[in-house]
Design a protein around this ligand. Sequence first.
Ligand code: ZN
Length: 413
Amino acid sequence: MRINEKQLELVDRQIKRILESGNYYSKVYRDAGITGVSSPEDFEKIPFTDKADLRNAYPLGIQAVPDEKVVRIHSSSGTTGKPVIIPYTKKDVDDWAAMFARCYEIAGITEKDRIHITPGYGLWTAGIGFQAGCEKLGAMAIPMGPGNTEKQIQMMIDLKSTVLCATSSYALLLAEEIEKRGIRDQIKLTKGVIGSERWSQAKRDYIAKVFNIELFDIYGLTEIYGPGIGINCPGGEGMHIFDDYLYTEIIDPKTGEVLPDGEEGEIVITTLVKEGAPLLRFRTHDLSRILPDPCPCGRTYPRLDTIKGRSDDMFKVHGVNMFPSQVEAILGQVDGVSSEYKIDIAHDNSINRDIIMITTEAEGRVDFSATGERIRQLVKSQLNVTPKVVVVSLNTLPRSEKKTQRVFDHRGD
Ligand code: ZN
């Protein structure tokens, strides 16, 4: 989907605003000779930007408005180096809440709902995004934040929460706990809005089954407002992305070439109306594709397919590119295996080979060694590498309330 006239106009306005602000990007664009855009060809000349640029501009180098316009900052924690700070104006905060409320509406959530919010509050964009969208919609927010499973379940029962907002890992943890206690009949949840992590069908099916709820994937990242810039519709495939606020491209992560709709690559997002920290052609490193056909629901917002993984999660074994999601999909095909797993990669000098080891959990009723062998065969036939497989008891691998690290590469150790 090429950029349209209206979007081009908004980008042109953004460029002029950036140049005038004297911020970090004003220098980047001045050096690149970019003064505005009037055609899709012009637009594609705008250089990509990346998290590394935002770190270079730490703390507030990307701010494009005077201080008195900024009402809030958020920060994304980097795993390495400096965090990224994103300033928001009042309009940015309002726009984000409006998009988030739209996500809830698409999921069929109304002002009668009671929304149980477990993502964290604070510097990062999670909890407060779910909260602001909920208030904008007019539903009742139950601002739990993460942790304290005991209290979560108590409040869920006493307040009759109808919507659970969580990461997939935390939703899984709560589902396991509720199943263990046999208290499903006391839980009134009808929907789950699951954010910020790519997750497998097996995990999704388990959570949906235990809670008996309809699940929605919410998309977003701190650099581009936060969660709530897109969601899947009931029965629909992929996630609708709001093209009145954002323009989305898919590029080849290696060459930067813009790919046609339907082809898989890295999501690149341009903010059309963001004031505090406008970003043009921001590389998300999330991998997906634009679904080319119109959605059966009738909404015309473009759709991104379920996030396949991150271009920086990709790992290479014996010259084969792999994603954790591929391993996860295979584990989902094996009876009795949980959706928790980790992948260790090491180099064995004595045989000069990379060794890939998959550790996963299985239920006590299945034979661990036969299960391991089945996984080994499936990975070998589907991914062309032969792993070592270790099967451990359920609840042995660590659960996380945030994103779970799946791949541990020891080759440089
Ligand atoms: Zn739809």
